[in-house]
Design a protein around this ligand. Structure first.
Ligand code: CAA
Length: 275
């Protein structure tokens, strides 16, 4: 599919109908929920599920009606309990590398979506599940959330970016502790360490996620998406180049109709109506 051609919501619904392990459902104006749906194995990620996730992200990228994406796992026990161990057990070294590359590419695609992506961690987020959550723009956790990279217990290393993203998010020392002990962090600790932005009772997690996503969806689409690009691209640049990038993008934002409307609305004392 050509990812440049926008599709409407009906076409998007039709395209997603064939998936076995991924659901993509509207929740509110501009807000969609992507669910990893393999509850019998705590939503573990095998190659087929990653392939469907990849297709789902392509669809999100070319559906302009989707302005904020929420990501969660099916059921009340797990977000995603990791890469599928039964699947990985059969892989040779080279196939293991290809599996890691598949996961990395899909998570990078998620990270690079134009729209903001919020992880709703509703239980275990382990290994590939923690890596999936960390590839989202930020994390909201349920009180029963558990985060960890337990790969050392399986005699392997993280494979979908965990050693790199966890280090960037919680710092080298804490990442080393978590990666080498395989211990799980509960939601309160994840909040304290800045991995999760907020913690809610499980029954309230989706509602709170939708509420926050709706707030974002009412803002200027172009400003939100350019801001995401700045944060994503800037974090790996030195400060001088990152600031040059920000001034370039700031200038670019002056060319948008939303800039006209946003500033006019402020000066006229009314609410902006963004395009
Ligand atoms: N892969 C495959 N199947 C899994 C799974 C996984 N990652 N996690 C859970 N399951 C399956 C279990 O085998 C079990 O299946 P059966 O009912 O057929 O026996 C079912 O899900 C329910 O799991 P449990 O009975 O184990 O549930 P529990 O409540 O006793 O324990 C748990 C929950 C602590 C999350 C435990 O399931 C667990 O430790 N899972 C594995 C976590 C893990 O090691 N994840 C990292 C994988 S490696 C990785 O992800 C590498 C990478 O970076 C890419």
């Amino acid at each position: 599919m050509n990812s440049q051609v926008p599709v409407g919501l009906a076409a998007a619904a039709e395209a997603s109908a064939g998936w076995q392990n991924i659901l993509l459902q509207p929740q509110a104006e501009g807000v969609y929920l992507l669910t990893v749906n393999r509850p019998k194995v705590l939503n573990a990620l095998n190659a087929d599920t990653l392939a469907e996730l990849d297709q789902a992200l392509d669809l999100v990228a070319k559906t302009p009606a989707i302005r904020v994406l929420l990501v969660t796992g099916s059921g009340e026990k797990a977000f995603v309990a990791g890469a599928d161990i039964a699947h990985m057990r059969q892989l040779s070294a080279l196939e293991g590398k290809f599996f890691a590359e598949q996961g990395m590419a899909v998570f990078r695609k998620l990270e690079n979506l134009r729209v903001p992506v919020i992880a709703l961690v509703n239980g275990y987020a382990l290994g590939g599940g923690c890596e999936l959550a960390m590839s989202c723009d930020f994390i909201l956790a349920a009180e029963n959330a558990r985060f960890g990279q337990p790969e050392v217990n399986l005699g392997v290393t993280p494979g979908f970016g965990g050693s790199q993203r966890l280090t960037r998010l919680v710092g080298r020392g804490m990442a080393m502790e978590l990666l080498t002990t395989g211990r799980m962090m509960n939601a309160a600790e994840a909040l304290q360490r800045g991995l999760a932005n907020h913690v809610y009772p499980q029954a309230e997690l989706l509602g709170e996620g939708i509420r926050l996503a709706e707030q974002i969806a009412t803002k200027s689409r172009s400003a939100v998406q350019l801001t995401k690009q700045l944060v994503q691209r800037g974090q790996d640049l030195d400060l001088d180049n990152a600031c040059v990038m920000e001034s370039d993008v700031f200038g670019l934002s002056f060319s948008t109709p939303d800039r006209e409307e946003g500033m006019a609305a402020f000066l006229e004392g009314r609410k902006p109506e963004f395009s």
